[in-house]
Design a protein around this ligand. Structure first.
Ligand code: GTQ
Length: 344
């Protein structure tokens, strides 16, 4: 009886609070301050055949110029309608057809790209042009001017990763279009890689902490590093041989919010279970294997894209030599002191 009365009084109290845009913490504390991360995003896998088919279909319906960016967005099945592949990351597959231009713009959100298919596509970042080859990793950090184009006779397709949900969370998004669509190239091709990415730096260079002076990480170099290292590598039981892209002038991540990785799992490698607080988006660069997230398993092949949500147990296995690209919000979590990893 007393309990019922007390319950009624409490319900009335909650109602009174609600009227004034107030709420009792004790009803929500456990959800607000969880014992450990609850899975929010779902594991998901898209085959490249499917992504390519839809990108090419979009290519028949809208030009790159009309679309500004002709991209098929990868939406996490648990976060539909929000253009999010995880709670903090955006991913999409972008198509440029021969002769097209995706006009110059810049925005607060940083973008990273992995070239999936086609030769002859290019990006211009802050006045420097780079031709993109399959497996190349390219960044357009916060507020850098960028436009994309193609001198190819084939479709050019790449994976875009952006920190859009983070910018949205902070409500700090700005964007600008730039004049006539195409940037004037003011630096010779390969200039920044020569200047900062050859184990040398101009003597008077002061490292910027926010963005890397290198924006192009050619796959030929990445592949060579993995190949040389495998000869005496200590294979991590979960991750094989995993490297992260760095700003050579700081040693830190080239973008502050997102890290990108390239990883080699030798044929027959069967990884142990691991989970970390950063959910990651993966794409297969070479080879084939099997990915298990919780109780879901996918057979993965070149250019497939899959997402492993944060704090989800997963394991990676290689059928042939398997090279995986991935990106996540790890550097942001590390700076905030949040990042954790657990081994099974
Ligand atoms: O290439 O600038 O997938 O601004 C989404 C937003 C790509 C880009 C995306 C963008 C871009």
């Amino acid at each position: 009886m007393e309990d019922i009365q007390r319950g009624d009084i409490m319900a009335d109290f909650h109602e009174e609070l609600a009227q004034e845009s107030l709420a009792p913490l004790w009803e929500v504390l456990k959800a607000l301050v969880p014992r450990e991360p609850r899975p929010v995003a779902a594991p998901a896998h898209w085959s490249f055949d499917l992504l390519r088919k839809f990108a090419l279909q979009a290519g028949k319906l809208i030009t790159a110029e009309q679309a500004e960016r002709r991209v098929i967005v990868l939406e996490n099945p648990a976060l539909r309608g929000q253009s999010q592949i995880t709670t903090s990351l955006y991913a999409g597959v972008q198509l440029i057809l021969p002769g097209e231009v995706a006009p110059t713009h810049r925005h607060t959100a940083s973008a990273l790209r992995l070239l999936l298919e086609g030769e002859g596509g290019y990006t211009i970042v802050d006045g420097e042009r780079v031709e993109m080859h399959p497996g190349d990793f390219i960044i357009t950090p916060t507020w850098s001017l960028h436009d994309h184009g193609s001198d190819s006779d084939q479709p050019v397709i790449w994976l875009d990763g952006l920190d859009v949900p983070i910018v949205k969370l902070l409500n700090a998004g700005f964007a600008e279009d730039s004049g006539n669509g195409r940037q004037t190239v003011v630096h010779p091709e390969g200039d920044s890689l020569a200047r900062y990415g050859s184990g040398l730096t101009p003597v008077n260079y002061i490292p910027k902490t926010a963005v890397s002076p290198i924006f192009w990480y050619p796959y030929a170099r990445t592949r060579e590093a993995l190949e040389r290292m495998r000869q005496r590598a200590e294979w991590d039981p979960a991750e094989g041989l995993r490297l992260t892209f760095t700003d050579p002038t700081t040693g830190g991540s080239p973008i502050q919010t997102m890290a990108a990785f390239m990883q080699l799992l030798p044929a027959g490698f069967s990884g142990s279970e691991v989970r970390s607080t950063d959910g990651a988006v993966y794409s297969v660069v070479e080879g084939s294997g099997r990915v298990t997230v919780g109780d879901i398993t996918w057979e993965v092949k070149p250019r497939d894209i899959f997402v492993v949500p944060g704090w989800a147990w997963h394991r990676l296995a290689a059928e042939t030599d398997l090279i995986l690209f991935s990106f996540s919000d790890r550097p942001l979590q590390q700076k905030l002191g949040f990042w954790r990893e657990q081994r099974g």
